[in-house]
Write a protein that binds this ligand. Sequence first.
Ligand code: CUA
Length: 179
Amino acid sequence: MTSYMPPSERVWWKTPIGRDEVLWIGIALVWCLVMFFMMPYWHIYGKQNLSNEAYQTNAIQFQAKVDAMVAAHQVREEAHIPVVRPPAGSDVYMLGRLWQWYPILELEKGQSYRLHLSSMDWQHGFSLQPVNINLQVVPGYEMVLTVEPDQAGEYSVVCNEYCGIGHHMMLGKIYVTEN
Ligand code: CUA
């Protein structure tokens, strides 16, 4: 019998299931359950999935918060982009837009910050390298995550969501200083 021929027994569903088939169904079921419970397990212990908050916002509101932070805490400029050094423990903001991350943040090692992210226009991807933290950044939503940088250095923010002709140039920066 093949799958494209009608079964020889018309009442095929009363045929007992073979033992090896039951075994495979059992293995598949157990594996499904393992995979299912790995989702919450990995969320808690995998150190990869970010527990984040999201709020509704819009481009005008979010831009206002970014501008307020830049006005209060700008320390210098790099290639016409302000470098901002907000106080330790504060709320810090970064926006994505075609094709730029704005502004450049300078954070202090070992201090905790609440990082707010949003997009002004299209969907962008916040990919923090080389630590490989990834988040979708979408217009209309303000994502908030608590970050505590544990290593000083220069980090790149790479857009990893295709956003048009300038996508590959959409690079941002976060500095982490010793103190
Ligand atoms: Cu922004 Cu790709």
